[in-house]
Design a protein around this ligand. Structure first.
Ligand SMILES: Cc1ncc(COP(=O)(O)O)c(C=O)c1O
Length: 445
């Protein structure tokens, strides 16, 4: 019996021993196409030589240095690279070891900014239901997944939650995008006014919602409207691009496609693409200047922040994205994957919605398409499909609770950017077989 404390105590996992390109290989030699990059992590696939070499070189040269004594070359170079391509106004990068830490840093930075500029009355965050921002307590508090939050509620910050931008279920029959967006923005406005906007620190959102809803972009105009409301009330906009950032949606930052500039952005998965644990919080010049001119000290930090080996991996990833023009490839292969999914699943009686951007797709499963009725949660449809996919040598991210933390099932695809046409064909073939097999098992149960 394993002594590793995994999330599930009732499950045995195959032992992964190798990764090659888009494939993972277990101890029995079985190969799996990693069509979700785990949880949208492995953007360059596995065993990418350039990144492996960069890690190897850096660990041999300087494995660790504490950031309160020294800076280091990979951290400086990676920060320069990120800021050079970041949304306008962002100026500094706080490196962490993952996404949750990046979100925690964002929350603290935002709060400290207001303390520094003499607005200590700002003490609340507003965020959205059905979002995910991580599992540490601050990140969990701003996250909106009812199931993940439930037992930890007594420990969480008091965060106001508004509706997600979830057109498939939120938009009324016959309603235009514009009117739906208008309703969402009105709700946000009323919430801010109800709280007293002068008490609000920031609005926190994923530009494309990942884990909890399955690759859901907002309707056009939503984020521009959110930005305008934040500006009206002097509230910061924190965009969590831990899953959807770093090229996953076809642009380096997902917010580029919304035409807005956030005050703080968090990134992680696509930064180290699994070769090293790394995340980052990017902050605007306005925020950084306020702290510099005030206490001159951001009261936060971790032992492994700006880790040289993690930053060397991140830098090699950034260079690879640019040199191999992978963002264009994401858009191209994303369009192909969309076509394949639509050709095979558009008429499937249990596929309610196919959505996403770039190489980031969600497939929402329903018991009945006309009414959008979800499957009973007890059937665990998503888990059965995940198991059927693994049997067929396919890794796809499957999750329940799509609608409210309890009801609804979705599958997510986030394949490596290097995915070929033949890989895409295989992914869709195996996925369709797994959906039918998983549904048959659920039906028989
Ligand atoms: C949008 C988003 N934010 C934050 C996190 C937390 O990142 P980590 O698991 O690296 O702590 C995740 C992880 O899935 C995420 O998708």
């Amino acid at each position: 019996m394993s002594h590793v404390l995994y999330r599930r105590f009732d499950q045995d996992y195959p032992v992964a021993v190798r990764g090659e390109g888009v494939e993972l290989i277990d101890r029995d030699g079985k190969r799996y196409i990693d069509a979700s990059g785990g949880a949208a992590v492995s953007c360059l696939g596995h065993s990418h030589e350039r990144v492996v070499d960069a890690v190897r070189r850096q660990v041999g040269q300087l494995a660790f240095v504490h950031s309160s004594f020294f800076t280091n070359e990979p951290a400086e170079a990676l920060a320069d690279q990120l800021i050079a391509n970041a949304p306008a106004g962002l100026d500094k990068v706080f490196f962490t070891s993952g996404g949750s830490e990046a979100v925690e840093a964002a929350l603290k930075l935002a709060r400290q900014y207001f303390v520094e500029i003499g607005q200590p009355e700002r003490r609340r965050f507003v965020a959205r239901r059905q979002s995910y921002h991580g599992n540490t307590l601050g990140a969990l508090a701003v996250g909106g997944n009812a199931w993940r939050r439930e037992q930890f509620k007594p420990l969480l910050l008091d965060v106001e939650q508004v509706s997600p931008a979830y057109a498939y279920r939120g938009r009324e029959a016959g309603e235009s995008d514009q009117s739906y967006v208008g309703r969402l923005l009105q709700e946000l406005d009323e919430t801010l006014v109800g709280l007293g906007p002068e008490t609000v620190i920031a609005f926190v959102a994923e530009p494309v919602v990942g884990a909890t809803m399955g690759a859901v972009p907002a309707p056009p105009g939503y984020f521009a409207g959110v930005r305008a409301l934040c500006d009206r009330y002097g509230i910061l906009l924190i965009l969590d691009e831990v899953m959807c950032g770093m090229g996953r949606t076809g642009t380096l930052y997902a917010s580029e496609q919304e035409g807005i500039d956030p005050d703080i952005v968090t990134i992680a998965k696509g930064l180290g693409v699994g070769y090293q644990p790394i995340g980052a919080t990017l902050a605007s010049a306005t925020i950084c200047e306020a702290i510099r001119a005030g206490t001159g000290f951001f009261q936060h930090g971790h032992t492994y922040m700006a880790h040289p080996v993690a930053c060397a991996a991140g830098l090699a990833v950034q260079e690879t994205l640019a040199d191999e023009q992978l963002l264009g490839r994401v858009r191209l292969q994303g369009a192909r994957l969309r076509e394949l999914l639509r050709a095979r699943l558009d008429d499937h009686p249990h596929v309610g919605d196919i959505r996403g951007r770039g190489l980031f797709f969600g497939i929402e499963l329903v018991a009945d398409r006309a009414s959008k009725r979800p499957f009973a949660p007890e059937l665990k449809v998503n888990a059965k499909i995940k198991a059927a996919a693994m049997e067929r040598g396919l890794i796809c991210y499957a999750m329940g609770g799509t609608i409210d933390g309890r009801h609804g099932d979705h599958l997510m695809l986030a394949p490596p950017f290097i995915v070929t046409d033949a890989d895409l064909q295989q992914i869709v073939l195996r996925l369709c077989a797994a959906i039918d097999a998983g549904l048959a098992v659920a039906d028989a149960a």
